[in-house]
Design a protein around this ligand. Structure first.
Ligand SMILES: [Zn+2]
Length: 266
């Protein structure tokens, strides 16, 4: 799989969508298909009847199951509306009225009070965007809040097909190159970021790397993540994951680098 263009890496946004809008006719999409699969209400301007469309539809409930089982969380029943546009132009036309601040982005997740909404347009590899944005939607269904860096780290992790998540993410190559330059990503620096626009491509990679380390690394790291998500879920003060990791294992940054030096990726 080709890695997405860098611009797509910083394409998504989390925002609050509320209220009803009276919309001009040009902002309506021409939905060719409307399908419901589990939580997901999929509306598409292009046919989903072919193998690629059917595969995408089948993946959505599997994505939910994978996220829930790997992270020990449970999404609620609030629907996730997935809007698929045939072209970037129709995507931008639609969003320019409904979510104008998101129209310049390549894909979008919007958390509403009634439901979550995902907006993606068809292009080469657009399924990556669908998985990425739907990961945000599932996380925000299940948890009262998710720190931005962790939200993006999980979305980067789950955006590739299930069989590639552990070993075949394009970020593995980038990490291998970074390791040659004494890569020591600071989790505290990622935690200090508040705005999506502050994150560059390396920050997305590093967020993914910390997630990968906590899912596939030492037992103490996995336990730190599990405990953190449990506290977030039940409303306990959760603090910062960097502090939890530092309390559980010595020199987390060194261990992160060691994890990727020894991890066998595809
Ligand atoms: Zn994202």
């Amino acid at each position: 799989m080709q890695p997405p263009l860098r611009s797509e890496r910083i394409a998504c946004a989390v925002a609050i969508y509320c209220g009803m809008l009276l919309l001009p006719a040009f902002a309506r999409a021409d939905w060719l298909e409307e399908r419901t699969v589990g939580l997901f209400e999929v509306r598409s301007e292009f046919s989903l009847a072919d193998d690629r469309g059917q595969s995408l539809l089948a993946e959505l409930p599997e994505l939910r199951n994978d996220i829930e089982s790997m992270l020990g969380i449970e999404a609620n029943d609030r629907p996730i509306e997935v809007n698929l546009f045939g072209t970037r132009r129709s995507y931008q036309r639609f969003l320019s009225v409904r979510v104008p601040e998101g129209a310049s982005r390549v894909a979008l997740f919007v958390q509403g009070t009634d439901r979550s909404r995902v907006y993606v347009y068809r292009h080469r590899g657009f399924e990556v965007d669908v998985r990425h944005e739907c990961t945000h939607a599932i996380l925000h269904n299940a948890l009262p809040y998710v720190p931005m860096w962790l939200d993006e780290g999980f979305a980067e992790y789950f955006e590739v097909p299930a069989g590639l998540r552990a070993s075949g993410n394009p970020h593995h190559r980038s990490v291998r190159r970074a390791l040659l330059l004494r890569w020591r990503p600071s989790l505290a620096a990622l935690e200090s970021m508040d705005e999506l626009d502050e994150m560059n491509g390396n920050d997305y990679r590093d967020s993914w790397a910390w997630v990968h380390f906590m899912l596939h690394g030492p037992q103490q790291a996995r336990q730190s993540l599990s405990n953190y998500l449990y506290d977030v879920r039940i409303g306990n003060p959760a603090g910062q994951l960097s502090e939890r990791l530092a309390a559980q294992l010595p020199e987390p940054q060194r261990q992160l680098a060691r994890h990727f030096r020894s991890f066998k990726s595809l």
